[in-house]
Design a protein around this ligand. Structure first.
Ligand SMILES: Nc1ncnc2c1ncn2[C@@H]1O[C@H](COP(=O)(O)OP(=O)(O)O)[C@@H](O)[C@H]1O
Ligand SMILES: [Mg+2]
Length: 251
């Protein structure tokens, strides 16, 4: 689809192990749209993490191709680390904040690495921490002094520091209680809608799947089902009409 942020075409991943070849992802084709929150669900071992890792440039596909805004990833980015730095934010189950840095420093770091001018870094970090509901009194706390929910909020702020169009999250609520999970999910959903961010979240949590615009179910590395909510379907049809109209007008 013309306005897809991220697509994969005939994507496969196989691993060679002592016991033979494991097909973790088996010929998957899909488009991720801007502003859409997609949940990837499926039993353990169905390929969720492998798919997310390939979408995020953490693993190379064995076959098939990834497109970023319609162009092959390999053409747009000279290497995968550029892609990861510029286009994708990651959120993990275990938060993965740097333990010796404060909340604020954790959010500043990706901007420093990306060469954002010093004067712009702090206002951006403050804006993001406010957006995820971390108050000033927490800025100078190291992760060990924050609750799980607070750490995950800081991790979300960090992931968004460089304005990536895509946020990938692997079991972001896996270590959180029900109420905190709900807050983190609401926040992901809110971010997707407010900034047209594409959010792809791997989850076992039914609540996440309920809140998503689209639920893709994997089994044995294959897409078993791919469903949008009624509202997201409506939006999808509108987009398709718009794309058709604009391609007609350029013909
Ligand atoms: N590095 C690896 N080496 C060998 N097999 C792997 C590796 N990573 C994943 N797999 C296998 O690929 C399949 C999918 O794994 P994964 O993507 O982690 O599933 P999920 O996240 O849905 O639990 C599983 O059979 C798993 O054992
Ligand atoms: Mg997994």
């Amino acid at each position: 689809m013309a306005d897809a942020v991220l697509s994969c075409r005939n994507l496969s991943k196989t691993y060679r192990t002592g016991a033979g070849v494991v097909t973790a992802i088996d010929n998957i084709t899909l488009d991720i749209l801007p502003g859409e929150m997609t949940a990837i669900v499926g039993p353990s071992g169905s390929g969720k993490t492998t798919l997310l890792s390939m979408l995020g440039g953490l693993e190379r596909p064995s076959a098939g191709e990834i497109l970023v805004e319609g162009r092959p990833l390999k053409q747009r980015f000279s290497d995968l680390s550029d892609y990861r730095r510029e286009a994708v934010g990651f959120v993990f189950q275990a938060y993965n904040l740097l333990p010796h840095l404060t909340a604020l420093e954790n959010v500043l770091l990706p901007m420093e690495l990306a060469g954002v001018p010093r004067r712009q870094r702090r206002p951006r970090a403050v804006e993001l921490l406010a957006a995820v509901g971390i108050g000033e009194e927490r800025y100078h706390h190291q992760p060990a002094r924050l609750s799980g929910g607070e750490q995950q909020r800081v991790a979300m702020a960090r992931a968004l520091a460089n304005h990536p169009p895509i946020l990938l999250a692997d079991e972001p609520t896996g270590n959180l209680d029900g109420q905190t999970s709900k807050q983190v999910i609401d926040l992901l959903h809110h971010m997707a809608k407010q900034t047209r961010l594409s959010v792809v979240v791997v989850t076992h949590n039914l609540m996440v799947a309920e809140e998503a615009d689209r639920v893709i179910s994997l089994n044995y590395g294959l897409i078993e089902s791919d469903e949008r909510t009624a509202l997201a379907r409506f939006d999808f049809v509108l987009r398709r009409l718009r794309t058709q109209r604009s391609s007609l007008s350029t013909q």
